[in-house]
Each structure stands twice: as C-alpha cells, then as structure tokens.
Design a protein around this ligand. Structure first.
Ligand code: AHR
Length: 481
C-alpha cells in the first residue's frame, strides 16, 4: 500500500498527494510531475516505473540530456486535480517574469528509493509552487492532516518553507487563514528547543511550535538528513509530529489545543495549497520536498504511524550530486572556456572581480596564479566543491546576486552556500558544467567575459539562452600555478 491507501483505510483520505519521487497509492500509475527542458521548451511527464512505484528518473535523464530542465507541474495523485504549478505573484512579487516565483531545477535533489534513482524538489530562495483553486481541501475550521518528507540539512531562516493550506489570494488575510507544515530555523515567530531547524505549523502571522506563540521546548531541533514532518488540525486541537524518514517511528512534539493567541480558534482556512513559500508569497526560504499529502479529516496517530512505516520502507538514501570528469580535493585546477569565441580564456580573478582572461603557460606568474584554484570540499555540502584562490588563501569563488566575486570565507552559512558547486558532465559535451549547490538552476557562465551564476533563459541578461550550453561548459586542467 502507499501512504494515501493508509490514510483512506484510516477514514481520512488524501485530497492532495504530491510526490516527485514515487506514487503515493499502490494503484497509481499516472504522471508524478512535468519537466520542461531549456533546449526547445518541450515538456514531458514523468510517471512511476510501474503502478505504485518509484519515479522513472531515467526518462527524465534522457529527455533532459544535454540541456537543463525545470519542474513545471507537481501532479496531484489523489484524483482531486490539485496540481501544483509555478506560484503566481501574491503580496510579494516573485523574481521570475510577470512576478511569478522561479521553478525548481529537476536535478537539484537526487535520491534513491529502495535503490532506484528519483529526484526531489530543491527549493532555492525565490522558488515556489501553488494552487489557488484547490478543491476539497479543508476550509474554515474543518479538520485536515498533512505530512511531508524534507531534506533536514537544507533550510534557512527566511519566510517560509511551507507545504500545505494557505490563502487563495496570495495575500495575508489574517491569523488562522493558513495551516501548513513549516521547516527551517526562522526565529521571528515560534521556536523550539536548541537552534533549529524545527518543524512548526504556519497558521499565518505565526509559525507555531506548540501552545505558546513563542518558544515551546517540546519541539526539538531536527538532525536527520531525511525528515518526516506531520501537522494536523481540527476543532480546537492540533498536533506536530516528526521523525527520521529513513528509520524509526514518529514522535509527537505537540498535541493539544490551539495556540494562546487571538485568531487561531476557530481557524479560517482557505484551502489553497503552497509549496516552498509563505501564504503571502514570501519567498526568501529554502528547503527540499520529496513527497507530501493533505487529507480530509483528522488522521489518527495510528494512521500516521503506519504512513511513517511506509516512508521508512521506501528507503530514502542520498544519490550523487556530481558527475562528469572528476575533481580532486586539494589539487590546483584551471578552468578553460569552451565557447568558440573564447577557448584560450580561463576563469580568473582581478581583485574581487571574476572574469575570463587569455592565459597560457607563458603568461606572467601573477596571472597564472589568478587563474588557478584549489579544489576544496564543498563548504556547504561535502558531496560538492568550493574553489579557493591560489594567490589569495581563504578567499573563494562565490556568487552575490548571481555575479561572481572572490570573497574571504567569513564562516557564515550564507557564504558557504554561495561558494558550493556541484560539477556535472558539460552541457555541450565538453568537460564539466559547474552547478550552484544552493541554486541548482544556475551554472558558472561567462558572458561578455565576466563570470555569472546563470540560468538557462532566466530574467537576467546573463541568463540569455543563446550559446548557454557552450558558455557553461569548462575544461578542467591542472592549475597554471
Ligand atoms: O505566518 C508566517 C508568514 O507570515 C506567512 O507564511 C505569511 O503569509 C506571512 O508573512
């Protein structure tokens, strides 16, 4: 059985079921998600390998070979038509064209389930999915249950990495107008024990960790790579539960009456569905979503425990984030452009500016050093890499507003994330394309001889799709210095 078969047996059927990694019903063989590729804008649906099975990741890999792909739709498997697509502008305007939020890269969150490869939804700041016309989800004070599987190591302290029930308008319409699972370490509202991240409930104008509007020590910091997070709400009762999605049971972090703040009892749920954003389209947050559902009715703990056992049995494990010619930690490398204009140009820095310059073995020693980079273990993710300047120790290649700069490692999470990159086979077939870990739609790209973190066809000039594949493909060689 799948999670939604279990919820049905418990008398609280799924009214929304989203999973890019697997079917959530034993009999479900329809599409899980849709991808759109950069080369020609064509779309394709990715289905499970068989009814009830893991997603056909090989289909995506074939369709997206030699180009980029975005996740355009996350289909509702419940039959209620509650699909998630690119979030439209709300009170906050998104960064993509016409104020929409960005779409997620289709390759930012590779995993395996029982040994079979699949992809989650890696939400960078600015990315979000939404359905403002969802049907049969809870409204008003009606009861519902929610669970989701997240990456417990991918989060931040901005509003609000949510999955669940929100306003149909994209505006903050008041306390109690949302009921979504939140995951992260934002401390402006509620907090739990330790320094986070925490599973909380976003009930609008507040992330709640229990009865008190601020701190509730019963809500622990989460340490798991794969996290099961559950929130449920009914008439003057609600609960937060969570656990390790790869082993063991769920624990109850709160189970009691609605919080001691005005406007949350009774609730005024509106029934829209959000993923990766706040109710008002706040989009500063980040996180990774693998699967999740919304139910009709208040699921029992026993039902949720059985769902947790089902998630554990799906055996989520990490899959490689990198590919292509291998990089060796500790070695010095140089990175040569492969676009026809520029095949003698290398990634170089001039002070803090990062550009491409013509470099050769007969160049001055100072220039050779400026074009040489020591491969380091990724500062934000040890499966990927960071690049330290040979002539300016402890300064790294980072992107700031998607423009590369050389910056000293100040030890902050923000800098570490902006300095972490995952190489993959070059999109034009040569060398490596070097993807940002934290913004996996974005790659090292030279544009007018300046280095950017560019996406294929985004809103910036440097996102220009013309010659994108060539501009993001680099031949890695031993460093000049
Ligand atoms: O409740 C926290 C956030 O506050 C909501 O997600 C958003 O709508 C508002 O800014």
């Amino acid at each position: 059985a799948g999670p939604c078969d279990i919820y049905s047996s418990g008398g609280t059927p799924c009214v929304a079921a989203h999973g890019t990694t697997r079917a959530l019903y034993n009999s479900y063989a329809g599409p899980l998600y849709q991808v759109k590729r950069g080369s020609d804008g064509a779309t394709n649906d990715i289905a499970p390998l068989h009814a009830g099975g893991v997603a056909n990741a090989a289909h995506q890999d074939t369709f997206c070979a030699g180009t980029t792909c975005l996740i355009t739709i996350i289909y509702d498997q419940s039959g209620h038509g509650n699909h998630l697509s690119q979030a439209s502008p709300g009170y906050f305007i998104g960064p993509d064209s016409h104020g929409y939020d960005n779409l997620a890269s289709a390759i930012g969150a590779p995993v395996t389930l029982n040994g079979e490869k699949a992809y989650g939804v890696f939400i960078s700041p600015g990315t979000g999915y939404r359905n403002n016309a969802a049907k049969d989800t809870a409204t008003g004070d009606e009861a519902e249950g929610l669970y989701a599987v997240f990456d417990g190591t991918h989060y931040n302290n901005r509003c609000c990495f949510d999955y669940g029930n929100a306003e149909v308008s994209g505006n903050d319409t008041g306390n109690g107008h949302m009921e979504a699972i939140y995951f992260g370490d934002l401390t402006a509202y509620g907090t739990g024990a330790g320094s986070g991240p925490w599973i909380m409930a976003d009930l609008e104008n507040g992330l709640f960790s229990g009865f008190n509007a601020k701190n509730n020590a019963g809500d622990p910091s989460i340490i798991y790579r794969f996290v099961s997070a559950a929130v449920k709400g009914g008439a003057n009762k609600w609960a937060i539960r969570g656990g390790n999605a790869a082993s063991g049971p769920l624990s109850t972090f709160y189970n009691g009456t609605r919080p001691n703040a005005r406007g949350y009892n009774p609730m005024s749920k509106e029934g829209a569905i959000i993923l990766g954003i706040g109710g008002d389209n706040s989009h500063g947050s980040q996180g990774t979503f693998y699967e999740g559902v919304m139910t009709s009715g208040y699921p029992s703990d026993e039902t949720e425990n059985a769902v947790q056992a089902n998630i554990v049995a799906a055996k989520y494990t990490i899959a490689p984030l990198t590919g292509g010619p291998e990089l060796t930690v500790g070695s010095s490398i140089s990175l040569r452009a492969t676009t026809a204009c520029c095949t003698t140009r290398y990634v170089t820095h001039t002070g803090s500016t990062v550009n491409t310059q013509v470099v050769s073995s007969s160049s001055p020693g100072a220039l050779k050093k400026q074009a040489s980079w020591i491969v380091r273990t990724g500062l934000a993710n040890s499966e990927c890499f960071s690049f330290e300047s040979v002539d300016t120790p402890s300064s790294f290649l980072i992107h700031d507003n998607f423009v590369f700069v050389l910056r000293s490692n100040d030890g902050t999470k923000a800098l570490h994330e902006a300095a972490t990159f995952c190489p993959q086979p070059g999109l034009n077939g040569k060398g490596n394309s070097i993807r940002s870990w934290s913004y996996p739609t974005r790659y090292f790209r030279h544009y007018n001889n300046v280095l950017y973190a560019a996406s294929n066809g985004g809103v910036h000039k440097f996102d220009n799709p013309a010659s994108f594949n060539d501009d993001v493909s680099w031949v890695v060689s031993a460093g000049f210095a």
